[in-house]
Design a binder for this molecule. Structure first.
Ligand code: CTP
Ligand code: CA
Length: 223
């Protein structure tokens, strides 16, 4: 009953979220990907919807179920995720980049299946566009929140990304050694220009709700 009476922290806000890994094709049947399950990003999208927002989730390949009340758009590659995001980012109030976007793609994927009787292939990689950086640089940029997955010097690297990408907030998490990707418990160090708050460790669903609460407080204050 309280949930019906109390407006959530993002009541009436429009929110765009990216989540999951991307897949970068090598040939007709193979790709380069990463260990992201999409769980954290899907939980963030669900928490934003539960907090009263209108949520669009741009999802790379993930087994996660679509959270209730969330409009989901499926993509495969970083290039597709970039296009789907930039098409919508100018029209929303809040953008949360939780996707583990591949930094590189294969320059010229083969359109057939590469055979092992062929000479061993050499993959030439080119850098993918930075989706969250491009959103933050829009003339009508939404309040933009990034994630930073780091194995060491978590706070320093995250603070550098906050500045370099022109973000309003960044949620840093330590990955590796049974942390971050492919596990259910997680902790975040959330940084913004004027401060820092540690959330967790706790289950990703609760952590997502806590992050949405914190983002809600900040984007109200700054918009
Ligand atoms: N990101 C993005 N587009 C990319 C790469 C990253 O939008 N092509 C976003 C991620 O969704 C995340 C943030 O940028 O919100 C940081 O991603 P991360 O991989 O930690 O940082 P990078 O800038 O890619 O740097 P590096 O991988 O070298 O640490
Ligand atoms: Ca990266």
């Amino acid at each position: 009953v309280a949930a019906l009476d109390t407006p959530g922290s993002l009541q009436g806000r429009s929110v765009l979220v990216t989540a999951g890994p991307t897949r970068e094709p090598i040939d007709a049947v193979r790709f380069i990907a990463n260990r992201s399950s999409g769980r954290m990003g899907f939980a963030v999208a669900g928490a934003a919807a539960a907090a009263g927002a209108t949520v669009t989730l741009i999802a790379g390949p993930s087994e996660q179920p679509t959270p209730p009340g969330v409009q989901r758009i499926d993509v495969e590659t970083a290039t597709e995720m970039h296009a789907a995001t930039l098409e919508r980012a100018g029209d929303v109030e809040l953008f949360i980049a939780a996707a583990a976007v591949a930094d590189y793609r294969v320059a010229q994927p083969a359109d057939h299946k590469v055979r092992k009787s062929d000479a061993p292939p050499t993959l030439s990689l080119v850098r993918n566009p930075d989706i969250v950086g491009d959103v933050a640089a829009l003339p009508t940029a939404p309040f933009t929140v990034g994630f930073a997955a780091e194995t060491h010097d978590v706070i320093d690297h995250a603070r550098a990304k906050l500045t370099a990408k022109g973000l309003d907030m960044i949620a840093a998490n330590r990955v590796g050694e049974g942390l971050g990707f492919e596990v259910s418990d997680n902790a975040l160090d959330v940084l913004w220009a004027g401060g820092h708050q540690r959330l967790g460790p706790m289950a990703k669903d609760r952590l997502a709700a806590a992050l949405i609460e914190l983002i809600g407080a900040h984007c109200h204050a700054e918009r």
